[in-house]
Design a binder for this molecule. Structure first.
Ligand SMILES: [Zn+2]
Length: 332
């Protein structure tokens, strides 16, 4: 029997200190509003971040909601090669508003019993002014501290995944080693990105990722993070985007990262072009390969931008896949 590492709320003395956090969310929110009435309009963002715990064999998996935001006209991001009416019709058919959509960010922690592995880091400091960047707060609500993280995996190097790597000029997870895709790192650090559309990302990677390079292991397709966790090349969304297969005691979960980024538009119409897919044709082909596997193997997947807790199944349709959110599959 593996005893899972656990600190924070369960500690003896910590119990007393933690009591204010144990008040119910409504009471906590009301207290915050009493201190600062301007927060009343945004009450969701001052409540403790959502976390969701799953048991996967002998692994403990904790999904943390780093934040979410309304992101504007859906067709300007998903289905950019379709008419606005076509995109609106599919949204309405799925009981969703046609004029706006919510994007959320769900890093995930996996406690194997010997390692505490964090996949991606949310928006970090850059998101906090807008009520996001709440990963560390969420980890603490789930009983972990940032010092507990022993391995940090970066699926790809877009800002909403690497934004939380540093706090100021210091690594946010001081005891972690890092794992990331070789192709992804090589693309973003290359000075050839200067003067291209990727220049902004290049500069962010130089500031947030490159300082950590001496503690990094670079992998390719099939590379192992730790026993039971394997990287798979899923290029297209970014040049070296990787997804991760988790397997413990016969249970499986695929972390699909940004392979599909809207639970209706990207899954039901995987061939539609997406603004943030850097190679649109490769991203669409990868989407089909990955979700064909998810659907035919009937395995659960966790998508970083799926609706929280971001875990579900994909049912094959004629045109793509239907997202089926989890209910109690991990509770028994
Ligand atoms: Zn993303």
């Amino acid at each position: 029997m593996i005893s899972l590492k656990r600190r924070g709320l369960l500690g003896g003395a910590g119990m007393v200190l933690a009591t204010p956090m144990l008040m119910n969310r409504a009471a906590f929110a009301q207290q915050q509003v009493a201190q600062d009435p301007s927060k009343a309009a945004d009450i969701d963002k001052i409540m403790p971040p959502d976390t969701h715990r799953l048991k996967l064999g002998s692994f403990e998996v904790v999904v943390i909601k780093d934040g979410s935001r309304a992101s504007g006209a859906p067709q300007e991001t998903f289905g950019t090669n379709q008419s606005a009416d076509t995109v609106a019709a599919l949204l309405e058919q799925n009981f969703l508003p046609a004029d706006n959509f919510v994007n959320s960010f769900s890093p995930v922690l996996v406690n194997t019993g010997s390692d505490v592995i964090l996949f991606d880091t949310g928006l970090g400091e850059g998101g906090r002014a807008n009520g996001m960047g709440r990963l560390i707060e969420g980890l603490m609500a789930a009983g972990y501290t940032r010092e507990d993280v022993t391995v940090l995996v970066i699926t790809h190097m877009h800002g909403d995944h690497i934004g939380g790597l540093m706090e100021g000029s210091e690594p946010a997870f001081p005891n972690a080693r890092y794992v990331t895709g070789q192709a992804e790192y090589d693309f973003w650090v290359d000075p050839a990105r200067e003067g291209t559309a990727a220049e902004g990302g290049h500069k962010t990677v130089l500031a947030k990722v490159k300082p950590l390079a001496d503690k990094m292991t670079f992998i390719g397709d099939g590379g192992e993070v730790v026993s039971g966790i394997t990287g798979m090349a899923a290029f297209g969304h970014s040049p070296g985007h990787m997804i991760y297969n988790l397997e413990s005691d016969g249970r499986r979960l695929l972390l699909t990262a940004d392979t599909a980024n809207h639970f209706v538009l990207s899954l039901q119409r995987p061939e539609w072009e997406v603004r943030f897919d850097m190679d649109k044709a490769a991203a669409a082909a990868t989407r089909k390969n990955v979700f064909d596997m998810v659907a035919s193997d009937r395995i659960p997947f966790l998508g970083y931008h799926m609706p929280f807790p971001a875990v579900g199944y994909a049912e094959k349709l004629d045109t793509g896949y239907r997202f089926v959110p989890i209910s109690y599959q991990f509770d028994i």
